[in-house]
Design a protein. Structure first.
Length: 316
């Protein structure tokens, strides 16, 4: 006898429609291919009537956050502005369901919501890459990973978009075997199914069309030393090559210098923090390796044409 699993999706206002479709459609197709009701699903929202996604589409829902149905898995799904959508009703439901032993996961930016109410402390979690910088600053006790999804631990998380499809195909394979998961992927014309360990963004080597290990390692060092930047000479020493070799690598393959590239990484991190967090400008400057807010402001304005304080008033 087939046991039907019930997925409940809590749709937070301005949720991602792409992630929503990638969550529900694999379940529907699994039922279609198997000829059985392996899965059923229902939708929840703040008002219990509708939920509006970020592209303006309106979805009818079955339940409110105040009265969720019985389920096997509850997934919170959000999108942009998720920090402003953490309502008392949503928080109360999640805390109540957790106390009652509910299985709660997060899709797209919703890992922020679970982290904000303390569910993810000490755990691995995935969130859309665009929120990584602000997430790490806001939730240092969460082990943020670059994976497309995390399926281990008490709270499953997926980074959004097609990563949600990867997670659902993983669940289908776990529940009903690889053959069905493959058939579902084929029906979706989804030929690049990723494992949880896959990173969200295309690798550095692929983005730059290169296969130089020294350059990849150098940029990895830079990414890990944004708050406490080190000199190109020190980076070269870590790699066991000369400073001149390092300069040539960056010049030939990226048409820039190591020093300039590292500064660009730091400024991009600063831009994310200014847009995505409420951290003070001095805290952002310090987090990105600047000892003086004055120096930070001058360099930032030179790079982006706007001061750090004005950046928050812009929509980019």
């Amino acid at each position: 006898m087939t046991i039907t699993q019930h997925f409940a999706f809590a749709l937070v206002q301005d949720f991602s429609h792409l992630a929503f479709s990638c969550a529900v459609e694999p379940l529907r197709i699994a039922n279609l291919i198997s000829g059985q009701e392996l899965y059923k699903w229902s939708f929840l929202s703040e008002n219990g009537e509708t939920a509006t996604c970020s592209n303006g589409s309106v979805t009818l829902v079955h339940h409110s956050f105040a009265q969720p149905p019985k389920y096997d898995h509850l997934f919170v799904l959000s999108g942009i502005y998720m920090r402003d959508r953490i309502t008392p009703s949503l928080t109360a439901m999640l805390r109540r369901e957790k106390r009652h032993g509910g299985t709660i996961g997060a899709l797209c930016s919703a890992a922020w919501i679970l982290a904000d109410i303390g569910f993810l402390d000490g755990q691995d979690a995935a969130i859309h890459w665009d929120y990584h910088d602000s997430f790490m600053e806001k939730f240092p006790d969460v082990n943020l990973v670059r994976n497309v999804f995390v399926a281990t631990g008490p709270h499953v998380t997926a980074s959004g978009g097609t990563a949600t499809a990867d997670l659902m195909l993983h669940i289908i394979e776990r529940d009903h075997g690889q053959d069905l998961a493959t058939a579902v992927a084929d029906q979706m014309v989804y030929t690049a199914v990723r494992a949880a360990s896959a990173e969200q963004r295309v690798s550095l080597q692929s983005r730059n069309g290169m296969r130089n290990a020294h350059l990849a390692k150098a940029i990895g060092i830079m990414q890990n030393t944004i708050a406490d930047p080190i000199s190109p000479t020190q980076i070269a020493e870590h790699l066991g090559i000369s400073s001149r070799q390092l300069e040539r690598l960056f010049g030939k393959l990226l048409n820039t210098s190591p020093k300039k590239y590292h500064m660009e990484l730091r400024l991009e991190r600063a831009r994310h923090l200014l847009i995505q967090t409420e951290s003070s400008i001095s805290d952002v400057a310090f987090a990105c390796g600047f000892e003086s807010t004055g120096h930070f402001a001058r360099v930032y304005k030179s790079a982006f044409g706007v001061s750090p304080s004005a950046q928050r008033n812009r929509i980019d």
